[in-house]
Structures are given as C-alpha cells and as structure tokens.
Ligand binder design. Structure first.
Ligand code: PCA
Length: 327
C-alpha cells in the first residue's frame, strides 16, 4: 500500500505530466494590438491573455504584441481576417470605411458618457456581430476610450481659427469632421502621432486625453478642448474559422476571460479619464471646455454626420438608434 507521501507525489507527477502534455499541445496565439504597451487597452490585453491561459488550463497561450509591433494598426483586421494572426485588437470605427455600420460608436453627441455608451453598445451589439461575422471575424470584447476632444497648438474659439489646419484623423468620420471645419485631414496611426506632430505633418487632432498623454503631445501642442463628442471602442477579434475550431467548452472559457476583461477595461478607462487631463495640465497644456461658439458649430456638424451615417447604413443604423433611444 502506498504511503500518503507516495500518493501525493504520484498525483503531483500526474499533474506535471498533464501540464507538460497540455503545454506541448497548447495553441500559441500571437495577438497584435495597435496602441502603446503602457496604454490601458494594451495592459488589459495582457490581463486577457493571462485569464485565457488560466481558464483554458494552458491550452491557449496568447502573446500580446502592442504598439503595432507585429502588424501596424491599419493592418491588424486584415491579418486576423486572413488568419495571418488568429486574434488581434483594433479601433472599431477605423473599419467604417469598409463597413459603415461599424461607425456606430462614432456618432457625435449621441452617447457622451460611459453609461450611455454602454446602452448604445447594447443596442448595436447584435448588428455589429452580424457585420463582423460577414468579415470572417468574431468580437470577444470591446472597450471604450475616454471621451473625444480637440487638440490644437493655439487657442480656438470657432471654425474661423481652424481654417487650413493640418488635422490628424483616425477614420473617415474624423476626416469628414475636419473638412467641415475647414481643416485638411491626414490619416495617421496613434503609434506615429508624435512624429507626425513633430514634423508638422499634423498640427491638430481629435482624441481622448489618453492618446495625448501616451504620445506626450505637450511637446508640440498647447490646447485641449473637452468636447466628449463620443467614446469610441477598441475590440478584440478572433478569426471566425479559428473560433469555430474550438470546442464549446474552450469557447466558453475564452469568452469568460473576455467578458471579465471587457468590464475591467471599461472601468479602467473611466477611472483614468480625468487623470489624463491632469497629466496634460501638469505638462503645461491648457485643458478646458470648448467655448459656446465652437461647440455649437461642432453640434451642427454632428447632426449632419449622424444623418449621413443613417443614410449610408440604412435600416440597421436606424434600428440601433431607435433601440438606444427606447431604453
Ligand atoms: N485614442 C485613439 C482612438 C481614440 C482615442 O482616444 C487614437 O487617437 O488613435
């Protein structure tokens, strides 16, 4: 008969063997992400990878590649669609040029708080997922950026101050916004933003305090106008074929990790929102609410942009907004 110590060591050996076997058969997933390693979205990507490792017993081993280091931001969706990377993260409304519905979170002044943004996501989710499925993608979790406002290198009180300004846009909607304000849009990834500002390729942009902080934009810019125009989302997507190749159990384990990370990421975003403004101010920037004249112009442009989005997307877009307003 075995002693307790012998039994325990047999058990330990079998656990070790199981772990070795699962490590040998573990799926290794590279996960490209677009934003800085120290940005909360990327940090949450690492939390997600850790949770997936834990909940799948090591069967799926995700390595996060932040800052566009494996694929640049603009290449990540295609890489995941085509299976070059099984999983990745990207700014959802960057895909609105190809699939306008994905601009649901980029409608000015429709959902301007975290709570409203959650409601809007609840209204949009099924249609967004159907659209992503057509693109061979499955969304695992989404996470909002803080509210969007304008960065400039001078005081701006209305569109008379924005004429001819070179404006870094991050999707088609922000390019339209810039044009409506008489600015000249140029699309630049966040990873290349500091350089674009330093070389004069861009001299203004719209974003959250988060990206201004990550890119140390106080080195070139002076003013941030809080507008809270929208809270756009990043999402972690997986290749549909890869996802469908997982057992139901495995899918449930990964989804549990994703649900938990999505909630934690949104909470982190909200917690950091005003801290970012403090950092901009501590580094010499003037952070203030947009003045009434500028704000009224932005709101008028926003109304037009929402109408254009509805005209482009059609019934599905209207259904999202109706469901949002009904709640
Ligand atoms: N930062 C990202 C997207 C939205 C945001 O707040 C960026 O500027 O690229």
């Amino acid at each position: 008969m075995k002693t307790l110590t012998q039994k325990l060591s047999t058990a330990a050996a079998s656990v070790a063997l199981t772990m070795a076997a699962s490590a040998a058969s573990a799926e290794k997933w590279d996960m490209p992400m677009a934003y800085a390693a120290t940005n909360f979205h990327s940090e949450m990507g690492v939390v997600f990878a850790d949770k997936v490792r834990e909940y799948t017993g090591g069967d799926i081993d995700i390595t996060v590649h932040p800052g566009g280091s494996l694929f640049k931001g603009g290449e990540i969706k295609r890489a995941v669609q085509t299976g070059q990377a099984p999983i990745g993260e990207r700014f959802m409304s960057a895909h609105a040029n190809e699939a306008p519905l994905l601009g649901w979170d980029n409608l000015p002044f429709i959902a301007t708080t975290y709570e409203e943004n959650d409601k809007l996501w609840a209204a949009a989710k099924d249609k967004v997922n159907a659209q992503l499925s057509d693109l061979n993608l499955v969304a695992l979790y989404t996470c909002p950026w803080p509210g969007q406002g304008f960065y400039f290198k001078k005081e701006v009180t209305s569109s008379k101050d924005t004429q001819g300004v070179k404006f870094r846009s991050y999707n088609t909607a922000t390019a339209t916004f810039a044009e409506e304000l008489g600015m000249i849009p140029v699309q630049v990834e966040a990873a290349e933003l500091s350089q674009a500002l330093a070389t004069g390729v861009a001299e203004a942009f719209i974003s959250s305090g988060s990206t201004g902080y990550d890119r140390k934009v106080w080195e070139t810019l002076t003013h941030y106008y809080k507008v809270n125009a929208w809270l756009p989302r990043n999402y972690v997507m997986v290749n549909k074929g890869v996802w469908e190749g997982l057992s139901a159990d495995m899918q449930a384990n990964v989804q549990k990790a994703a649900d938990e990370t999505g909630s934690a990421c949104a909470a982190k975003s909200s917690e950091l929102a005003s801290w970012y403004f403090e950092q901009l101010e501590a580094n010499g920037m003037k952070v203030e609410d947009a003045g009434p004249e500028f704000l009224a112009e932005l709101q008028a442009i926003g109304t037009k942009m929402t109408a254009d989005w509805l005209a482009t997307v059609g019934d599905d877009g209207q259904a999202i907004l109706d469901a949002y307003k009904a709640n």
